[in-house]
Design a binder for this molecule. Structure first.
Ligand SMILES: Nc1ncnc2c1ncn2[C@@H]1O[C@H](COP(=O)(O)OP(=O)(O)O)[C@@H](O)[C@H]1O
Ligand SMILES: [Mg+2]
Length: 164
């Protein structure tokens, strides 16, 4: 396991963090998001989608009612929101195991409501600190996720350095 914790100071920075990850992804991946309402899971997912090449004009909103939205970028992106799911059986009904992992990238809001969603994944937990500041804790399970998390961290730090 490899972990990385950082803070963002604005919605744009959280979106940028998601975009930075999206740009680095080359293979199917499962990303499990957790954090309270308004923590920034959808902002992060929006940035991720842009980094994966989903066009800017395509709106990315929480799939709260549809449970899953699919987007086409360099790879397919499946955006889940499990908030309204009541039981593990609902996951089966949704055919979710087909996506975890599937042919593309799966990003799952409220992933912590269920256990054992995937064997290998990148977990991202967002929490409120103050006003516009969020703590973002990332954790990789599995070799591929760990390598990606290390590249993501390296790239993010490099960009921040370049902005100084
Ligand atoms: N640092 C930050 N990162 C992400 N969102 C932020 C941040 N600061 C303020 N916000 C605001 O918090 C809200 C996050 O909403 P959203 O991404 O929909 O959350 P979630 O999907 O976790 O419920 C947005 O209104 C956004 O403008
Ligand atoms: Mg959301």
């Amino acid at each position: 396991m490899f972990a990385w914790s950082l803070a963002t100071a604005s919605e744009q920075e959280t979106t940028g963090l998601g975009r930075c990850l999206g740009l680095l992804i080359e293979k199917p991946l499962v990303i499990l998001l957790s954090g309270d309402l308004g923590a920034g899971k959808t902002c992060f997912s929006r940035g991720l989608a842009r980094g994966l090449g989903v066009p800017e004009e395509e709106p990315i909103a929480s799939p709260s009612y549809t449970l899953m939205n699919a987007y086409q970028g360099r790879m397919e992106l499946y955006h889940f929101d499990l908030y309204r799911l009541a039981e593990p059986d609902d996951l089966l009904e949704l055919g979710m195991e087909e996506y975890l992992p599937g042919a593309g990238v799966a990003v799952v809001e409220w992933a912590d409501l269920f256990t054992g969603l995937a064997r290998e994944y990148l977990a991202v937990h967002l929490s409120h600190q103050q006003a516009d500041q969020r703590r973002i804790e990332c954790r990789a399970v599995g070799a591929a996720a760990r390598t990606l998390l290390q590249r993501w961290q390296g790239e993010w730090i490099r960009q921040a350095g370049g902005n100084d």
